[in-house]
Design a protein around this ligand. Structure first.
Ligand code: PBE
Length: 304
C-alpha cells in the first residue's frame, strides 16, 4: 500500500506542476493581451470605442451625441445608463488604472475622489459654463408666497454643493447630509429665509433627477422649507417629466435647471408655462472626462 502511494507520488506531482504551469502560462497570455489593449494603438481600441454616459434625458447626453457628430467620431458609441452606473464604472476602471471615458460635470464629487481631467473641447460643443437655475410653476407666488420667496432667494456655491455631495458619497443619507449642511450654514440659510414667516403643514412638491448634484441641492432646499413648516415631498423623476411637471403644475418647483444650454430644449418647449427665478449656482461645466493617467488631452485625440 505504502509502496503504491509512493509510486504514484511522482507522476501526480508532475501532473500538478504541469497544470499549475499551464494556468500561469494562460494568465500571462491574458495579461499580455490586456497590456496590448490598454497601450493599444489607439484610445478608441483601449476603451472599445465606448463613452460611458448617464440617463438618456440628461442634456449632457445630447451634448455628447452632438460632440460625436461634430468631431466625426463615427465609430464611437455613447452608452446610456445612470449617474450611479457611470460613477461605478469609473471607480472600477480607476481602481485598476484602466482607460475609461465618461460623460461628466461639475460640481461633482468624483473630481475630489479621483484624479480626473476634462478633455479639451476646441469646437465648444459642450458650451460655455452656465448656471443652475430655480424654476417654479406658475401661480406658486400666489399660492405659497413664503416658499416662493425662499426658492427665489436660494443660492449657494459649488463648494457648498460639493460638501453635501461628498457626505452623501461617503455614505450619509441625502437627508442627513442636507440637514448637516443646513445646521453648519445657518448664516446662509438665514439669508434665504430672511423675513419669511413660518407656515403650518402646507404641502410642497419639488422635482429632481437622480444626478448627484441635484440630489444634494434638492435635499438642502427641501430641508430649509421643511424647517419653515412645509410638508415637502421630493419627487425623483426623469429629466423630461421634471420639466413637464413644473410646466403643468404637478411639481411646485425645481432647483435643477441647467441653463442656457444643457436644458435648452426643455426650456424652449415649455417656455411661458413656468417661472424662471434665476440662478441658484454659478460655475458649472460639462464634458468628456478621463482619469489623469490617460495620455490624451482633447476630444480631437479620440480620432487617432
Ligand atoms: N447633469 C447634471 C444634468 C444637469 C445636472 C449635467 C448631468 C444634465 O446633463 O441634464
Amino acid at each position: 500500500m505504502m509502496k503504491l502511494k509512493k509510486k504514484w507520488m511522482l507522476p501526480l506531482l508532475a501532473a500538478l506542476l504541469t497544470v499549475g504551469l499551464a494556468a500561469c502560462g494562460s494568465d500571462k497570455a491574458d495579461s499580455n493581451k490586456k497590456d496590448a489593449g490598454s497601450s493599444a494603438s489607439t484610445v478608441g481600441e483601449s476603451v472599445d470605442y465606448k463613452i460611458i454616459g448617464i440617463d438618456p434625458g440628461a442634456g449632457l447626453m445630447k451634448a455628447t451625441a452632438k460632440a460625436l457628430d461634430e468631431y466625426k467620431l463615427d465609430d464611437w458609441q455613447l452608452v446610456e445608463g445612470s449617474s450611479a452606473a457611470m460613477t461605478a464604472a469609473l471607480k472600477k476602471a480607476y481602481d485598476k488604472q484602466e482607460p475609461i471615458i465618461v460623460t461628466g460635470w461639475t460640481p461633482h464629487w468624483m473630481f475630489a475622489k479621483f484624479d480626473l481631467k476634462y478633455l479639451d473641447d476646441p469646437k465648444s460643443v459642450f458650451g460655455p459654463d452656465e448656471t443652475i437655475n430655480t424654476v417654479v410653476r406658475k401661480g406658486l407666488k400666489k399660492d405659497s408666497p413664503e416658499a416662493y420667496k425662499v426658492l427665489d432667494n436660494f443660492h449657494w456655491t459649488p463648494e457648498d454643493m460639493a460638501k453635501v455631495m461628498s457626505d452623501i458619497q461617503a455614505g450619509e443619507s441625502p437627508e442627513d447630509a442636507a440637514a448637516k449642511w443646513v445646521k453648519d450654514n445657518a448664516d446662509k440659510v438665514a439669508e434665504w429665509t430672511d423675513g419669511v414667516s413660518k407656515v403650518s403643514g402646507d404641502k410642497l412638491t419639488l422635482g429632481y433627477v437622480a444626478w448627484d448634484s441635484e440630489i444634494a441641492s434638492t435635499n438642502v432646499i427641501g430641508k430649509v422649507l421643511e424647517d419653515l413648516g412645509y410638508k415637502v415631498t421630493l419627487r425623483q423623476v426623469e429629466a423630461g417629466p421634471m420639466w413637464t411637471g413644473v410646466a403643468d403644475g404637478s411639481l411646485d418647483g425645481i432647483v435643477a435647471a441647467w441653463l442656457p444650454s444643457t436644458h435648452e430644449d426643455y426650456y424652449k418647449k415649455y417656455e411661458g408655462k413656468f417661472e424662471d427665478l434665476g440662478e441658484n449656482l454659478k460655475g458649472t461645466k460639462l464634458g468628456l472626462v478621463v482619469p489623469s493617467y490617460m495620455d490624451i488631452d482633447s476630444i480631437e485625440d479620440l480620432k487617432k
